[in-house]
Design a protein around this ligand. Structure first.
Ligand SMILES: [Mg+2]
Length: 271
Protein backbone atom coordinates (compact mmCIF):
# COMPACT_ATOMS: atom_id res chain seq x y z
CA UNK A 1 0.00 0.00 0.00
CA UNK A 2 1.55 3.33 -1.03
CA UNK A 3 1.12 6.64 0.73
CA UNK A 4 -1.53 7.84 -1.70
CA UNK A 5 -3.63 4.81 -0.90
CA UNK A 6 -3.05 5.33 2.83
CA UNK A 7 -3.98 9.02 2.84
CA UNK A 8 -7.74 8.52 2.63
CA UNK A 9 -7.52 6.05 5.54
CA UNK A 10 -5.89 8.65 7.76
CA UNK A 11 -8.49 11.18 6.68
CA UNK A 12 -11.27 8.75 7.43
CA UNK A 13 -9.78 8.08 10.86
CA UNK A 14 -9.43 11.79 11.59
CA UNK A 15 -13.03 12.41 10.53
CA UNK A 16 -14.21 9.54 12.70
CA UNK A 17 -12.37 11.02 15.67
CA UNK A 18 -13.92 14.43 15.03
CA UNK A 19 -17.38 12.91 14.83
CA UNK A 20 -16.79 10.94 18.00
CA UNK A 21 -15.63 14.08 19.83
CA UNK A 22 -18.62 15.98 18.53
CA UNK A 23 -20.94 13.22 19.69
CA UNK A 24 -19.39 13.37 23.15
CA UNK A 25 -19.99 17.12 23.24
CA UNK A 26 -23.58 16.73 22.10
CA UNK A 27 -24.41 13.84 24.41
CA UNK A 28 -22.73 15.32 27.49
CA UNK A 29 -19.34 16.10 28.95
CA UNK A 30 -17.44 13.46 30.90
CA UNK A 31 -16.94 13.40 34.67
CA UNK A 32 -13.42 14.72 34.06
CA UNK A 33 -14.77 17.70 32.13
CA UNK A 34 -17.19 18.45 34.95
CA UNK A 35 -14.31 18.28 37.45
CA UNK A 36 -12.08 20.61 35.44
CA UNK A 37 -13.75 23.87 36.47
CA UNK A 38 -14.10 22.79 40.11
CA UNK A 39 -10.42 21.89 40.43
CA UNK A 40 -9.40 25.06 38.58
CA UNK A 41 -11.43 27.15 41.03
CA UNK A 42 -10.03 25.29 44.01
CA UNK A 43 -6.42 25.61 42.87
CA UNK A 44 -6.42 29.00 41.18
CA UNK A 45 -9.03 31.30 42.69
CA UNK A 46 -8.10 33.80 45.41
CA UNK A 47 -11.67 33.35 46.63
CA UNK A 48 -10.86 29.79 47.66
CA UNK A 49 -7.88 30.98 49.70
CA UNK A 50 -9.94 33.75 51.28
CA UNK A 51 -12.72 31.33 52.26
CA UNK A 52 -10.27 29.04 54.06
CA UNK A 53 -8.74 31.98 55.93
CA UNK A 54 -12.23 33.21 56.77
CA UNK A 55 -13.21 29.79 58.13
CA UNK A 56 -10.11 29.41 60.28
CA UNK A 57 -10.24 33.03 61.50
CA UNK A 58 -13.79 32.44 62.74
CA UNK A 59 -12.69 29.13 64.24
CA UNK A 60 -9.99 30.93 66.22
CA UNK A 61 -12.50 33.44 67.61
CA UNK A 62 -14.85 30.65 68.65
CA UNK A 63 -11.99 28.77 70.27
CA UNK A 64 -11.03 31.85 72.30
CA UNK A 65 -14.63 32.27 73.45
CA UNK A 66 -14.94 28.61 74.41
CA UNK A 67 -11.69 28.66 76.37
CA UNK A 68 -12.82 31.76 78.30
CA UNK A 69 -16.25 30.31 78.99
CA UNK A 70 -15.04 26.86 80.05
CA UNK A 71 -15.74 26.25 83.70
CA UNK A 72 -16.22 22.51 83.55
CA UNK A 73 -12.60 21.54 83.83
CA UNK A 74 -13.24 18.91 81.17
CA UNK A 75 -10.57 19.01 78.47
CA UNK A 76 -11.67 20.91 75.37
CA UNK A 77 -11.35 19.54 71.86
CA UNK A 78 -11.78 20.61 68.26
CA UNK A 79 -12.84 17.91 65.79
CA UNK A 80 -11.49 18.39 62.29
CA UNK A 81 -11.87 16.45 59.07
CA UNK A 82 -8.64 15.94 57.10
CA UNK A 83 -9.24 15.90 53.35
CA UNK A 84 -10.06 19.32 51.91
CA UNK A 85 -10.21 20.61 55.49
CA UNK A 86 -6.61 20.43 56.74
CA UNK A 87 -4.88 18.81 53.73
CA UNK A 88 -5.20 19.74 50.07
CA UNK A 89 -5.70 16.76 47.76
CA UNK A 90 -6.53 18.78 44.67
CA UNK A 91 -3.31 17.57 42.93
CA UNK A 92 -4.88 14.10 43.03
CA UNK A 93 -8.07 15.46 41.44
CA UNK A 94 -5.98 17.26 38.83
CA UNK A 95 -4.19 13.99 38.04
CA UNK A 96 -7.56 12.30 37.47
CA UNK A 97 -8.40 14.94 34.88
CA UNK A 98 -5.05 14.81 33.15
CA UNK A 99 -4.97 11.01 32.99
CA UNK A 100 -8.70 10.63 32.40
CA UNK A 101 -8.48 8.17 35.27
CA UNK A 102 -10.88 6.97 37.95
CA UNK A 103 -10.38 6.84 41.71
CA UNK A 104 -8.03 3.84 41.57
CA UNK A 105 -4.96 6.00 42.24
CA UNK A 106 -6.15 7.36 45.60
CA UNK A 107 -4.00 5.04 47.71
CA UNK A 108 -0.96 5.81 45.54
CA UNK A 109 -1.61 9.48 46.26
CA UNK A 110 -1.99 9.16 50.04
CA UNK A 111 1.05 6.86 50.16
CA UNK A 112 3.15 9.80 48.95
CA UNK A 113 2.13 11.71 52.11
CA UNK A 114 2.70 14.90 50.16
CA UNK A 115 -0.61 16.76 50.50
CA UNK A 116 -0.06 20.36 51.57
CA UNK A 117 -1.75 22.19 54.44
CA UNK A 118 -4.71 24.30 53.38
CA UNK A 119 -4.66 28.09 53.96
CA UNK A 120 -4.98 28.88 57.66
CA UNK A 121 -5.24 25.22 58.74
CA UNK A 122 -1.78 24.86 60.20
CA UNK A 123 -1.87 28.22 61.97
CA UNK A 124 -5.22 27.33 63.53
CA UNK A 125 -4.07 23.88 64.64
CA UNK A 126 -0.94 25.29 66.25
CA UNK A 127 -2.95 28.02 67.97
CA UNK A 128 -5.31 25.37 69.30
CA UNK A 129 -2.37 23.50 70.78
CA UNK A 130 -1.02 26.73 72.28
CA UNK A 131 -4.42 27.23 73.94
CA UNK A 132 -4.30 23.63 75.23
CA UNK A 133 -7.29 22.55 73.16
CA UNK A 134 -6.85 19.05 71.72
CA UNK A 135 -7.42 18.43 68.03
CA UNK A 136 -8.95 15.13 66.91
CA UNK A 137 -8.72 14.20 63.25
CA UNK A 138 -11.85 12.27 62.21
CA UNK A 139 -11.44 11.11 58.63
CA UNK A 140 -13.02 8.61 56.28
CA UNK A 141 -9.60 7.53 55.13
CA UNK A 142 -9.18 3.78 55.69
CA UNK A 143 -7.33 2.10 58.55
CA UNK A 144 -4.60 1.04 56.15
CA UNK A 145 -3.88 4.71 55.46
CA UNK A 146 -3.21 5.60 59.11
CA UNK A 147 0.59 5.51 58.94
CA UNK A 148 0.88 7.58 55.77
CA UNK A 149 -1.77 10.01 57.00
CA UNK A 150 0.07 10.65 60.27
CA UNK A 151 3.32 11.00 58.33
CA UNK A 152 1.75 13.58 56.02
CA UNK A 153 0.25 15.57 58.90
CA UNK A 154 3.52 15.51 60.85
CA UNK A 155 5.63 16.52 57.88
CA UNK A 156 3.32 19.47 57.27
CA UNK A 157 3.84 20.46 60.91
CA UNK A 158 0.40 19.64 62.32
CA UNK A 159 0.21 19.07 66.09
CA UNK A 160 -1.63 16.10 67.64
CA UNK A 161 -0.66 13.91 64.66
CA UNK A 162 -0.62 10.85 66.88
CA UNK A 163 -2.41 7.48 66.89
CA UNK A 164 -4.71 8.53 69.74
CA UNK A 165 -5.86 11.68 67.93
CA UNK A 166 -6.63 10.04 64.58
CA UNK A 167 -9.95 8.27 64.01
CA UNK A 168 -10.16 6.55 60.64
CA UNK A 169 -13.11 4.90 58.93
CA UNK A 170 -13.11 1.55 60.73
CA UNK A 171 -12.27 2.73 64.22
CA UNK A 172 -15.75 2.00 65.60
CA UNK A 173 -18.92 0.30 64.50
CA UNK A 174 -21.37 2.93 63.47
CA UNK A 175 -25.01 3.70 63.86
CA UNK A 176 -27.53 2.81 61.14
CA UNK A 177 -25.05 0.68 59.21
CA UNK A 178 -23.49 3.71 57.57
CA UNK A 179 -19.76 3.08 57.71
CA UNK A 180 -19.00 6.59 56.46
CA UNK A 181 -20.90 8.19 59.33
CA UNK A 182 -18.67 9.94 61.81
CA UNK A 183 -21.27 9.92 64.59
CA UNK A 184 -19.73 7.03 66.56
CA UNK A 185 -16.29 8.54 66.36
CA UNK A 186 -17.52 11.94 67.54
CA UNK A 187 -19.18 10.17 70.48
CA UNK A 188 -15.88 8.48 71.29
CA UNK A 189 -14.09 11.83 71.43
CA UNK A 190 -16.92 13.30 73.54
CA UNK A 191 -16.45 10.60 76.21
CA UNK A 192 -13.45 12.44 77.62
CA UNK A 193 -13.56 15.84 75.96
CA UNK A 194 -15.95 18.70 75.47
CA UNK A 195 -16.14 19.27 71.70
CA UNK A 196 -16.25 23.02 71.22
CA UNK A 197 -15.95 23.18 67.44
CA UNK A 198 -16.18 20.97 64.35
CA UNK A 199 -14.48 21.90 61.08
CA UNK A 200 -15.06 20.22 57.72
CA UNK A 201 -15.85 20.53 54.03
CA UNK A 202 -18.85 18.19 54.23
CA UNK A 203 -21.96 18.58 56.38
CA UNK A 204 -21.51 14.97 57.48
CA UNK A 205 -18.39 16.17 59.32
CA UNK A 206 -20.70 17.93 61.80
CA UNK A 207 -23.76 15.84 62.61
CA UNK A 208 -25.84 12.89 61.46
CA UNK A 209 -28.77 15.25 60.99
CA UNK A 210 -27.28 16.19 57.62
CA UNK A 211 -26.68 12.65 56.37
CA UNK A 212 -30.03 12.10 54.66
CA UNK A 213 -29.75 13.92 51.35
CA UNK A 214 -33.09 12.86 49.89
CA UNK A 215 -35.61 15.49 48.89
CA UNK A 216 -33.69 18.51 50.16
CA UNK A 217 -33.58 17.07 53.70
CA UNK A 218 -29.99 18.20 54.25
CA UNK A 219 -30.88 21.68 53.06
CA UNK A 220 -33.83 21.75 55.45
CA UNK A 221 -31.56 20.60 58.29
CA UNK A 222 -29.10 23.38 57.46
CA UNK A 223 -31.88 25.95 57.45
CA UNK A 224 -33.25 24.72 60.79
CA UNK A 225 -29.77 24.87 62.33
CA UNK A 226 -28.51 27.98 60.60
CA UNK A 227 -27.30 29.59 63.83
CA UNK A 228 -24.73 26.81 64.31
CA UNK A 229 -22.72 27.73 61.20
CA UNK A 230 -19.88 30.02 62.11
CA UNK A 231 -20.56 29.03 65.73
CA UNK A 232 -20.03 25.35 66.47
CA UNK A 233 -19.75 24.28 62.82
CA UNK A 234 -17.15 25.81 60.47
CA UNK A 235 -17.71 24.73 56.88
CA UNK A 236 -15.06 25.06 54.19
CA UNK A 237 -15.57 25.01 50.41
CA UNK A 238 -15.15 21.91 48.27
CA UNK A 239 -16.72 22.05 44.81
CA UNK A 240 -14.75 18.98 43.62
CA UNK A 241 -16.62 16.17 45.39
CA UNK A 242 -18.80 15.47 48.39
CA UNK A 243 -21.99 13.99 49.76
CA UNK A 244 -23.87 16.50 47.63
CA UNK A 245 -22.97 14.62 44.45
CA UNK A 246 -25.00 11.39 44.59
CA UNK A 247 -28.42 13.08 44.91
CA UNK A 248 -27.61 15.03 41.72
CA UNK A 249 -27.74 11.68 39.90
CA UNK A 250 -30.67 10.30 41.94
CA UNK A 251 -28.22 7.86 43.60
CA UNK A 252 -27.93 5.93 40.34
CA UNK A 253 -24.63 4.09 39.98
CA UNK A 254 -22.86 3.45 36.68
CA UNK A 255 -25.00 5.69 34.51
CA UNK A 256 -23.53 7.16 31.34
CA UNK A 257 -22.00 10.63 31.12
CA UNK A 258 -24.82 11.63 28.79
CA UNK A 259 -27.46 10.55 31.34
CA UNK A 260 -25.59 12.38 34.09
CA UNK A 261 -25.62 15.57 32.03
CA UNK A 262 -29.33 15.15 31.33
CA UNK A 263 -30.07 14.71 35.04
CA UNK A 264 -28.00 17.76 35.95
CA UNK A 265 -29.77 19.86 33.34
CA UNK A 266 -33.19 18.60 34.45
CA UNK A 267 -32.52 19.90 37.97
CA UNK A 268 -31.37 23.39 36.92
CA UNK A 269 -33.57 26.17 38.23
CA UNK A 270 -34.15 28.99 35.80
CA UNK A 271 -36.20 31.10 38.17
MG1 LIG B 1 -13.21 16.28 53.73
Amino acid sequence: MNLKQKAPSFLTLAMALCISTLNAQVSGSSDRDKLLMSVSWYQQSAEMTALYYQGFNIARQRLDEAVSANKTGKPLAVVVDIDETMLNNSPFEATLIKNDDNLSGWYDWTKKASAKALPGALEFANYSKEMKVDIFYITNRDDNERTVTLKNLREEGFPYATEDHLLTKSDLSYSSGNTSSKTGRRAKVAENHSIILLIGDNLNDFSEIFEDRNADKAKDAVQKNQELFGQKFIILPNPMYGAWEKPLYDYKEGISDADKTLLLKSKLKTQ
